[in-house]
Design a protein around this ligand. Structure first.
Ligand code: BEZ
Length: 219
């Protein structure tokens, strides 16, 4: 499906939000940013997801990340809905901004449409999409979940930490990696370079091919 994907620059759109009118590139500035969409205000799964985002906001702030929510209603509706979200998630405040998209224009620009769902007039329905945008304003990772499946914020924290580590070191994170676990050294790094780059050392897994490509280290 054509549309915004990994490696693309996020559109510099201007939109109304619960924090006033914003221009997306100015708002992102040079920060990592999570842009996440929701089908509609006052719907059950969305209420739990926005509450969870409020609960995790401090974790994302510690990772230097800005949050941009989006739901396909207007600002007035969002402001009323925030009261429900905060009541459902005691002790948490929705301090991140939520973009308004009552005409479902932004979800098309940001490739946040559910390809399988249409409303009764045949108009596109929003999915639970999430883009992680780097300080260069390029999309580094995207999720696209259907409306019926709520997202796991621990997974968002996990992949964000993987992306941030891989942007600093020539590493990748293996299957089921969790923050704190060893990482693997990129295949483009020779053993000589690896000794210089990873002074704490690394371990090569002995495999039948003897190609020495699976090397674990800690960063
Ligand atoms: C929900 O948030 O629960 C929801 C929204 C749209 C369709 C289905 C579920």
């Amino acid at each position: 499906m054509p549309g915004l994907t990994i490696g693309d620059t996020i559109p510099d759109l201007v939109a109304d939000s619960t924090h006033g009118k914003i221009r997306l590139h100015d708002y992102i500035d040079a920060s990592w940013t999570i842009v996440f969409s929701h089908p509609a205000d006052f719907t059950p799964v969305c209420t739990t997801e926005l509450g969870k985002m409020a609960e995790y906001a401090q974790v994302f702030a510690q990772q230097g990340v800005k949050l941009v929510g989006l739901s396909c209603n207007d600002v007035q509706s969002h402001k009323e809905w925030i009261k429900d979200i905060e009541a459902y998630t005691p002790g948490c405040k929705v301090t991140y901004l939520i973009l308004a998209d009552p005409n479902r224009e932004i979800i098309k620009q940001l490739n946040m449409v559910d390809p399988n769902e249409k409303d009764s007039s045949g108009n596109p329905l929003p999915s639970r999409a999430l883009h992680i945008v780097g300080p260069d304003k390029k999309v580094k990772l995207s999720f696209l979940y259907p409306a019926a499946t709520g997202r796991n914020m621990d997974e968002v924290v996990r992949v964000l930490e993987s992306l941030q580590k891989a942007s600093k070191h020539k590493i990748a994170t293996p299957a089921n990696w969790k923050p704190g676990d060893p990482v693997v050294i990129s295949p483009s790094v020779s053993n000589e370079q690896a000794k210089e780059m990873f002074p704490r050392g690394y371990k090569t897994v002995d495999l039948p091919s003897k190609k020495d490509y699976l090397r674990f280290t800690n960063v």
